[in-house]
Design a protein around this ligand. Structure first.
Ligand code: MF3
Ligand code: CO
Ligand code: CO
Length: 256
């Protein structure tokens, strides 16, 4: 499948939607506190996105019923906002996808709720670092497999965590999910070569225990098979002549 190379004009649109998605995460962070429901986080993000002239991509996407994903503790991804109240000690991924002027921007971050165990904080730290190690591999001429190799080498190789294989990063642009598929495991020197103008996400899901997942009866919520906790962070990346640009960068975000 041919992979779209974005023109200068399209890259500007990807920058704009990526910037907005990043701003949603900055906006919602102070609300992620004990006592809040995930429905309230969803409503606030929904309103923010619409007020900025954009559409929340998840809403009605293949039947998804909310505007963001909220994935708590053992939820790997695609958690559906609802009446669940955030409690002291929870960890939560908030995943935002905007459609601005027809272009998709996709980013997610982990938040801690009140006092969180040192084990959970380490899981989040390793997950973020693994994402950044993957991002560092992005450059014209390098291969997609280099990304997964870097992520897996660190998260599994150095820390013994499970790297989820059932869900991958993805090409993104005028469509939500397209080629290339960006696995978070793999071997160096394998897979397609990256070219300037390609845009895709890197979004490793890292599990304390087994990498295996199952999907709940709601058809969306993916949880770990063993009940261990899971963390995920995500950015939308542009391949450039000399490396990459993180289109969903935030001013105060952790980076490496
Ligand atoms: N934002 C998710 C991703 O990173 C996809 C969510 S699809 C939904 O690819 F329908 F669950 F919202
Ligand atoms: Co994504
Ligand atoms: Co996402």
């Amino acid at each position: 499948m041919a992979i779209h190379i974005h023109s200068k004009r399209e890259i500007e649109k990807m920058r704009a939607t990526g910037r907005l998605a990043a701003q949603v995460l900055e906006f919602i962070e102070p609300f992620v506190k004990p006592g809040v429901t995930t429905d309230e986080l969803d409503r606030r993000c929904h309103d923010f996105i619409v007020e900025h002239g954009a559409i929340p991509a998840p809403l009605n996407y293949k039947g998804f019923p909310r505007s963001i994903c909220t994935s708590i503790n053992d939820v790997v991804c695609h958690g559906i906002p609802g009446p669940r109240v955030l409690a002291d000690g929870d960890i939560i991924n908030v995943d935002i996808t905007t459609i601005l002027d027809g272009y998709f921007g996709d980013t997610s971050e982990m938040f801690t709720v009140g006092e969180v165990s040192s084990e959970a904080r380490k899981l989040i730290d390793v997950t973020r670092r693994s994402m950044w190690l993957g991002i560092k591999e992005v450059a014209a001429g390098k291969r997609i497999g280099d990304i997964g190799a870097a992520i897996q080498g660190f998260a599994q190789g150095e820390h013994g965590y499970g790297v989820v294989e059932a869900f991958c990063g993805h090409g993104i642009g005028k469509v939500f999910h397209t080629a290339p598929q960006v696995a978070h495991t793999g071997r160096r020197g394998t897979g397609m070569r990256m070219k300037p103008g390609m845009t895709f996400t890197i979004e490793p899901m890292i599990n304390e225990g087994t990498h295996e997942c199952r999907v709940l009866e709601d058809g969306w919520t993916a949880v770990t098979l063993d009940g261990g906790w899971s963390a995920q962070t995500e950015h939308t990346i542009l391949v450039t002549e000399h490396g990459h640009e993180v289109l969903t960068m935030r001013e105060h975000a952790f980076s490496m």
